[in-house]
Structure formats: structure tokens, C-alpha cells
Design a protein around this ligand. Structure first.
Ligand SMILES: Nc1ncnc2c1ncn2[C@@H]1O[C@H](COP(=O)(O)OP(=O)(O)OP(=O)(O)O)[C@@H](O)[C@H]1O
Length: 356
């Protein structure tokens, strides 16, 4: 395995610039999630790394070996890349075992030991080796696809939305199993996804893309707690956005006077609070009075929709499932921790404020 470095990568199709100056370093033995909305260029980026297409500008380096951008590009088959597509694309008429060992030399295929190692690695029962893909669940099929990608011990493993065809329950378990197998194999991996929960829960670092550019490269926690801008903040989680005025490291807004991490004094700004930062008290406790409009109970927690009294903004708080207020009553909403301040012009239209 090896590290992966992209420097100044650009790619256009006709007059459309799809990737614009991407710089990305994926350390050895780590998993980077490339997160972004549909059409932002994620798959194109993976295809360039794999060698299925060439960048117009910039270089791609595996360890200290330049594979694209200087001289003739190294062809895909010589890059030693493992690729896991959206739906495993397993060979339907080959058994699980034959699918996994497809890329191995004949001798290794016969020995069977590597097959067992790979099945163990991705957490599949060895007894499944004789089955055909249609006899497996979607999650099992994706694990087989990963085992097949890992079999030849690739330099880099690329996964293109590998869980998008799975239903929610299977998705989480398969994601964790795949991340664990990648870690156990020591793989250097890039996972493309538009699902922020998947990116935050599985990856070591998250590369947030927008319209062909990399807007933030950070740890999952960094992306969530220190988003580069309002758009990133809203993309990676629910957010309450309020107009505010910053003074002495504090923001004056509809939720009171909140400490902020950053923000220029005397400027009008937008403050961002995560719904789970809003605490609801039955008695005044430093918060502002709010009317409970609606409560959605999810078991582990609940979403409480509020209107700040008398006619302030509407917002949603996430509270523990055992602390449910009654709709129609008045509570006192207080913010725990720091709010994030952003320049007000970056916050979008007024209609977007105070929503989640
Ligand atoms: N071979 C191609 N020829 C022309 N345009 C292309 C080609 N491949 C991709 N595009 C365009 O480039 C843009 C980025 O596509 P890409 O598939 O990389 O995005 P994505 O972020 O992976 O989207 P999704 O999440 O929907 O798969 C899109 O506008 C797409 O139409």
C-alpha cells in the first residue's frame, strides 16, 4: 500500500470544467471520504485516480511514483488499483469464490488459502464461497466486491458509492464491515459518497467537494464542528441559522447572547447552532422563551419544533427521547457550547435562516 497525492488536478468535458484545481493527500493506510452533491465531480475524480481517464492539468502520485501528469500516464492495469463500483458488478455466473479470486494468478486461485483469508477479512462465512451472487444479500454482495478488489493487494482501493443501493439498515452494518476490512488490510482507500453520515462515521478524513472544487479537507469532527462555510455546515448536518451582531466574542441573536469561536467585532453575521446544542428548560435558565409547536419522537431522541416568543424565528431542537415537552407549552431554549459565526453575505437568502 502507498499514499496518494493529487496536485492541481483539472478536467473538462468540452467547455464544462468538471474538476478545478484539486489538491488532495490521502495518507497511507487511511480512508478518505470524498463527499459532495450529485454532479460535483466525485466519480470523475475516482476515474482519474484509477486511470480510466487522464487529467487535463495536475499530477497524480502513488507514493513517490507519478502515474499521471508527467510524461505518458501509467495505464489503469499497471496502477494496481482496486475498484468497488456502486453495485458490486459481480460476475453472475461465477461463484463467490471464483469472483473473489478472479484477478489472482492460477496457482493462488487453486490454493484456496487466500480466498479464506479474504472471506475472513470482509466478515463473510467461508461457506458462502460456493454460492452465486444472486444467492446473497446486497450487503454480502458488496463485501464480495470488496474482497475481489483487495485480492491482488492493490496500492489504492477506490469505492464509488458502494452502499447506495442498500437499504438503510444494511447500509450502516455493511459500511462498518467494509471500513474495518479496509483498515485490517492496511489499505489506502478513497470512498466517494453523497451521504454525510457515511462520510463522517467511516472515514479518517473527509474531502468536501462542490462544483468541481475541494472546499474543505479535514477530520470528520473538524468538518462538523469547524465547517469552512455555511454551505458545508448545512451539507454535513442540520443547522439553525440566525442573523446576529458580533460584539466582544459574543453573538447577539434570537437565542440570546452566545459565545462564538470566530467573528469580527461589530459586524453583522449569521450564527449557526446545531439542533442538539439547544437545551429546553421548563423554567427560565438563561435561555429565551419559545413555544413548542410540534414534537417528533424517534426513540433515542426527538425533534422539537419551536417558535421563539413572541414572534421570533422558528427552529428545531434535538432533545433526548425521555425529555419531551408538550406541544402548545412554553419552554426556555438555551444554547450549550459555542455557536459558529459566518459573514452574513455567505448565508444565502433570508428564507433559509432558522431552518433545519
Ligand atoms: N464522459 C463525460 N462526458 C461529458 N460529461 C461528463 C462525463 N463524465 C461526467 N460528466 C459530467 O461531469 C459532471 C460531474 O460528473 P460526476 O459523475 O463526476 O459527478 P458525481 O459527483 O460523481 O455525481 P453523482 O453523485 O451523481 O454520481 C456532471 O455534470 C457530468 O454530467
Amino acid at each position: 500500500m502507498t499514499s496518494l497525492t493529487l496536485s492541481g488536478i483539472a478536467k473538462s468535458f468540452g467547455s464544462t470544467r468538471v474538476l478545478d484545481g484539486i489538491d488532495l493527500h490521502v495518507p497511507e493506510h487511511s480512508l478518505t471520504a470524498v463527499l459532495g452533491p450529485s454532479g460535483c465531480g466525485k466519480t470523475t475524480l475516482l476515474r482519474l485516480i484509477a486511470g480510466f481517464a487522464d487529467p487535463d492539468r495536475g499530477t497524480i502520485t502513488f507514493g513517490d511514483r507519478i502515474v499521471a501528469g508527467q510524461g505518458r500516464p501509467v495505464p489503469a492495469r499497471r496502477r494496481r488499483v482496486g475498484y468497488v463500483p456502486q453495485e458490486g458488478a459481480l460476475f453472475p455466473h461465477r461463484t463467490v469464490g471464483a469472483n473473489i479470486t478472479f484477478g489472482l494468478p492460477r496457482r493462488a486461485r487453486r490454493a484456496g488459502r487466500r480466498l479464506h483469508e479474504l472471506l475472513d477479512l470482509v466478515g463473510l462465512d467461508r461457506g458462502l464461497a460456493a454460492r452465486y451472487p444472486h444467492e446473497l444479500s446486497g450487503g454480502q454482495q458488496q463485501r464480495v466486491a470488496l474482497a475481489r478488489a483487495l485480492a491482488p493487494e492493490p496500492s489504492v482501493v477506490l469505492l464509488d458509492e458502494p452502499f447506495s443501493s442498500l437499504d438503510a439498515g444494511l447500509r450502516e452494518g455493511t459500511g462498518r464491515a467494509v471500513a474495518a476490512a479496509l483498515q485490517a488490510s492496511g489499505a489506502t482507500a478513497v470512498l466517494v459518497t453523497h451521504d454525510q453520515a457515511e462520510a463522517l462515521s467511516l472515514a479518517d478524513q473527509v474531502a468536501v467537494m462542490r462544483e468541481g472544487r475541494l472546499v474543505q479537507l479535514d477530520t470528520p469532527r473538524g468538518v462538523y464542528t469547524r465547517p469552512h462555510d455555511v454551505e458545508v455546515a448545512r451539507f454535513v448536518g442540520d443547522a439553525v441559522l440566525l442573523p446576529a451582531r458580533i460584539r466582544d466574542g459574543r453573538a447577539e441573536c434570537a437565542l440570546g447572547v452566545l459565545p462564538v469561536r470566530e467573528g469580527d467585532d461589530g459586524h453583522s453575521a449569521q450564527v449557526l447552532v446545531r439542533p442538539e446544542q439547544i437545551r429546553l428548560h421548563r423554567v427560565p435558565a438563561g435561555g429565551v422563551p419559545a413555544r413548542v409547536d410540534e414534537v417528533s419522537y424517534y426513540g433515542h431522541d426527538a425533534a422539537v419544533r419551536l417558535t421563539v416568543l413572541p414572534d421570533g424565528p422558528k427552529m428545531t431542537a434535538r432533545v433526548p427521547g425521555d425529555e419531551l415537552p408538550t406541544p402548545g407549552t412554553t419552554v426556555h431554549a438555551a444554547v450549550e457550547g459555542e455557536a459558529l459565526a459566518f459573514p452574513s453575505e455567505a448565508a444565502g437568502s433570508p428564507a433559509e435562516t432558522a431552518t433545519v
